[in-house]
Design a protein around this ligand. Structure first.
Ligand code: GRG
Length: 264
């Protein structure tokens, strides 16, 4: 069951600059955490992971589109991602915007393709992904983040940003596995909470790693987030409390399901 191979099939190579830019982002060496989570949850509920592969790849397309747009000069203005120039550095800003748009659109297209799922399941996946990726989820989190400018968040506000911006796609990944394995609504609700805890733990750990990477590289405990004046868990509560919060989120996730997934 190969996520890389399936992504390659779903966005086949072409002479089109748009497709080349989309493939540059999509096939560029991500950890594939969200699709792996979908496959792990599907397996946990004895679902068929062959049926989970296309939906899992749709999630990765949404994730990659969000990274392309997040790196743009009008957002985080980053020059490198996954050790390579960002899409707008490589292909120009206009093509980067459009490659993000393409992956967003293609994600919903592949969810709607005839496949080995019931139409009700396909509809549930589409509905679920639309809401997790939208204003109540990922895009809403990004807006909150941008609107805060450089003012400092409270811990509650920071948590809301990350529950939406990062947690929502992890919830979508977990819920996807539940939909594919045909679990009931109570279980879907638990999967939603599970994904949210995993996502927060992941985000807090990412903030901690930013500091640790910086200590390794520059010998200073000021990470790139702090240099960019971003509020992070570490800048807000310090590294020890951040580690405690990450562990607490992992514990809450484990209280939902004790799955062996290497996400955080
Ligand atoms: C622009 C619509 C829009 C949304 C942007 C999720 C998001 C919102 C932006 C991603 C930017 C970011 C750095 C978010 C924090 C979460 C995070 C560390 C994402 C990177 O995820 P990984 O580590 O990436 O799973 P890989 O490269 O492994 O796929």
């Amino acid at each position: 069951m190969n996520i890389e191979h399936h992504l390659d099939i779903l966005v086949p190579d072409s002479d089109s600059t748009l497709i080349q830019a989309a493939r540059y982002a999509l096939l560029g060496g991500g950890k594939r955490l969200r699709p792996k989570l979908t496959l792990a949850v599907t397996t946990h509920f004895n679902g068929d992971i062959n049926k989970a592969l296309t939906p899992a790849c749709a999630l990765e397309m949404i994730h990659c589109y969000s990274l392309i747009h997040d790196d743009l000069p009008c957002m985080d203005d980053d020059d490198f991602r996954r050790g390579k120039p960002t899409v707008h550095k490589q292909f120009g800003e206009a093509i980067a915007v459009l490659a993000g748009d393409y992956l967003l659109t293609r994600a919903f297209e592949v969810l709607s393709l005839p496949q080995d799922l019931k139409p009700e399941q396909q509809l549930a996946l589409i509905k679920s992904l639309s809401s997790y990726a939208n204003n109540d989820g990922m895009i809403g989190g990004q807006v909150l983040d941008i609107e805060s400018g450089s003012s400092t968040f409270t811990l509650m506000q920071l948590q809301e940003v990350h529950v939406k911006k990062t947690g929502a796609l992890f919830s979508a990944a977990a819920v996807f596995g539940g939909i594919i394995a045909n679990v009931d609504d109570d279980e879907l609700e638990r999967l939603h909470r599970y994904g949210g805890h995993i996502g927060l733990a992941f985000q807090i750990q990412d903030d901690i790693n930013d500091i640790l990477r910086s200590e390794e590289k520059h010998g200073s405990a000021i990470g790139s987030d702090a240099r960019n004046r971003k509020t992070t868990y570490v800048t807000l509560v310090g590294i020890n409390e951040a580690k405690r919060l990450a562990e607490s989120e992992r514990k809450k996730a484990r209280a939902c399901y004790d799955l062996d997934i290497a996400v955080t």
